[in-house]
Design a protein around this ligand. Structure first.
Ligand code: AMP
Length: 480
C-alpha cells in the first residue's frame, strides 16, 4: 500500500470559477473564504484580463495570502481560485494551485479537487516522452496531457486529457476566452454551478460559496460532464463514459459545511438525522449532551433532540487555531487539541456526559477530549460517533492516513473504547447510514467504512513480484 507520504497530492481542496463579472477575482476571493474549511495550507487565484492569465498563489489562509493590492493585480472578468489542503512534507509554494501553463496554442490555468488513482502511470508515461514536472501534484499531469494532446481545438484536448484520468476530479480551467468545469464520471467530489443576477456564471465546490457571493444555485456539474462557458454562452458536453455515480459520503460526515447542499442533500439535515439515529441506536442514561465543535455540533443537536436530554456547550472552540489534523507531526497535533478546545467546568462537573463527534481516525483526538472532559469533573463520558468506524484509506481525495494507522482497522469497538478511556463508545452502524440514504445509497462511495472501492489505484494491482515504479518525491540536491 502506498503510504500517505507517497500519495499523489490532489487531496481534499476547494475550487471556484467565475465568468462574466468585472469583479471576478474579488468574487473568487470571497468564495474562497467560504471554502476555507476545505483547505488551509495555501490559496491562489488566476484571472484573465485582455487575453492574459495572471495568478497569485501563497501559503496560508485566504486572508493571509490576499489583500486589496494583490487583488487589484488580478483584473479581468473571469477567474478561478483554489484552497489547498496539504499533508506532510509537501508544504511548498510550488504545489499551491491554480497552476498555469503555456502550451503551443495558448495558456491554461487549472484548479483541482480530488485525487487521481492513475497519477503514477500517467506521470511515467509523460516523463518517458519528455515531459518535465515541476511539482509533486497530480494536477500537473492534467496540464501535460492537454499540452501533448494531438486533438484540436482546446476543448477536444481537454476532453482527451480527462478521458485518460482515473479517480476523483472536480476541475475548473481558465483560458484566454473560456471557463471550463469538469467532473469525473463517478462524481466523487462535489461541484456546483450557479449564476449571479448580472448573468455571471459561477462554479464552486460547495453551495455555501455560491450563497456568499449572491449566486443562485442552478445545478450540479454532472458526473462525467464538461461545461464550457465563453462568449457564446454555456454549453455542456458529456463525453466521458458514464460510470455508476459514487459521491463521497464523507463530505456529509465531515468535510462540507452544514449550510451547504452537497450531492442534492442538505448537510445539516444529514448530520441532524445521524444524531437522531445514534440516539436510537445507542441510548444511555445521561445528564447532558455536548458536541466536539464544530464537526460534531449538528449531530449532537439531533442526538439531544431525540434523547430528550439537554444540549449544552461543554467544550468551547478557539476560532484562532486551525484544524489540528493538518499539522504534519503527531507531537504538534497533540498540543493542538488543548489549544483548540477548552472544557466548561460548570456544564461538565459531576455529570454523566454524552459527547458527540463526527468521526474517529487515529483515535488520538478522542482520547484527549475524553481526558479533558474527565479532568473538568465529568462523572461519566459516553462517546457517540456520527459515522461508522473508518477502516480503510481514501484514494479519492480525503486525507486519511494509511490503513495501519486507523484505530478502527486495528481495534474492535470495545478495544477502541478502552484505548480512548470512555465509559462507552458507539458508532453509527453502516447499515443505518445506508438506510438513511435510502434508494440513493448505492450512488455514494462509502469505501472508507465498507472497503468497497469503486476503483483502486493501479499500484495496488501490482503483483507482489512486480516492478514497483511508484513515483518518489523529487529530491532537490544542493548545488555544489
Ligand atoms: P484522530 O482520530 O485523532 O485522528 O482525529 C479525528 C478527528 O479529525 C475527527 O473527529 C474529525 O473531526 C477530524 N477529521 C476526520 N477526518 C479528517 C480529515 N480527512 N481531515 C481532517 N480532519 C479530519
Amino acid at each position: 500500500m502506498l503510504a500517505a507520504a507517497e500519495r499523489a497530492w490532489g487531496e481534499e481542496c476547494g475550487v471556484v470559477g467565475i465568468y462574466g463579472d468585472s469583479d471576478a477575482s474579488r468574487l473568487c476571493y470571497l468564495a474562497l473564504h467560504a471554502l476555507q474549511h476545505r483547505g488551509q495550507e495555501g490559496a491562489g487565484i488566476v484571472s484573465c484580463d485582455g487575453g492574459q492569465l495572471k495568478g497569485i498563489t501563497g501559503l496560508g489562509l485566504v486572508s493571509e495570502v490576499f489583500n486589496h493590492s494583490k487583488l487589484s493585480k488580478l483584473p479581468g472578468s473571469s477567474a478561478i481560485g483554489h484552497v489547498r489542503y496539504g499533508t506532510a512534507g509537501d508544504s511548498v509554494l510550488k504545489n499551491v494551485q491554480p497552476f498555469v501553463a503555456g502550451y503551443r496554442f495558448g495558456s491554461v490555468g487549472v484548479a483541482h479537487n480530488g485525487n487521481l488513482v492513475n497519477y503514477n502511470e500517467l506521470r511515467i508515461m509523460l516523463e518517458d516522452s519528455g515531459s518535465i514536472f515541476n511539482t509533486s501534484s497530480d494536477t500537473e499531469v492534467v496540464l501535460h496531457l492537454i499540452a501533448t494532446s494531438k486533438a484540436r481545438p482546446f476543448i477536444s484536448r481537454l476532453v482527451h486529457a480527462c478521458e485518460q484520468l482515473e479517480g476523483a476530479y472536480s476541475l475548473v480551467f481558465l483560458t484566454e476566452d473560456k471557463l471550463v468545469a469538469a467532473r469525473d464520471p463517478y462524481g466523487f467530489r462535489p461541484l456546483v454551478m450557479g449564476r449571479r443576477s448580472n448573468g455571471a456564471v459561477v462554479f464552486a465546490s460547495e453551495t455555501c460559496a455560491l450563497g456568499l457571493i449572491e449566486a443562485e444555485f442552478q445545478r450540479e456539474v454532472n458526473p462525467g460532464e464538461v461545461i464550457v462557458v465563453d462568449r457564446d454562452g454555456v454549453s455542456s458536453l458529456c463525453l466521458m463514459p458514464h460510470k455508476e455515480r459514487k459521491a463521497c459520503i464523507f463530505e456529509h460526515i465531515y468535510f462540507a459545511l452544514p449550510n451547504s447542499v452537497v450531492f442534492g442533500l442538505s448537510v445539516y439535515q444529514t448530520r441532524y438525522r445521524i444524531g437522531e439515529v445514534l440516539a436510537e441506536e445507542a441510548p444511555v442514561d445521561c445528564d447532558v449532551v455536548i458536541a466536539v465543535p464544530d464537526s460534531g455540533m449538528v449531530a449532537a443537536l439531533g442526538y439531544a433532540y431525540k434523547s430528550g436530554v439537554p444540549f449544552q456547550q461543554g467544550l468551547i472552540r478557539s476560532h484562532y487555531v486551525g484544524r489540528t489534523f493538518i499539522e504534519p507531526h503527531q507531537k504538534i497535533r497533540d498540543f493542538g487539541v488543548k489549544l483548540k478546545l477548552s472544557p466548561v467546568k460548570e456544564v461538565l462537573e459531576g455529570k454523566r456526559v454524552v459527547v458527540v463527534d463526527d468521526s474517529i481516525v487515529r483515535g488520538t483526538t478522542s482520547s484527549k477530549i475524553v481526558r479533558l472532559i474527565k479532568e473538568a469533573g465529568a462523572k461519566e463520558v459516553h462517546l457517540r460517533i456520527a459515522s461508522p468506524p473508518i477502516t480503510g484509506s481514501c484514494y479519492y481525495g480525503v486525507d486519511t492516513p494509511s490503513r495501519e494507522e486507523l484505530i478502527s482497522h486495528k481495534l474492535s469497538i470495545d478495544e477502541t473504547c478502552a484505548f480512548i478511556g470512555a465509559d462507552s463508545l458507539a458508532f453509527l452502524p453502516l447499515e443505518r447510514l445506508r438506510g438513511m440514504l435510502g434508494h440513493s445509497a448505492p450512488t455514494f462511495c462509502d469505501a472508507c467504512f465498507s472497503g468497497n472501492y469503486p476503483i483502486l489505484p493501479k499500484h495496488l494491482d501490482l503483483p507482489p513480484s512486480g516492478v514497483d515504479t511508484r513515483i518518489k518525491e523529487p529530491v532537490v540536491l544542493p548545488v555544489a
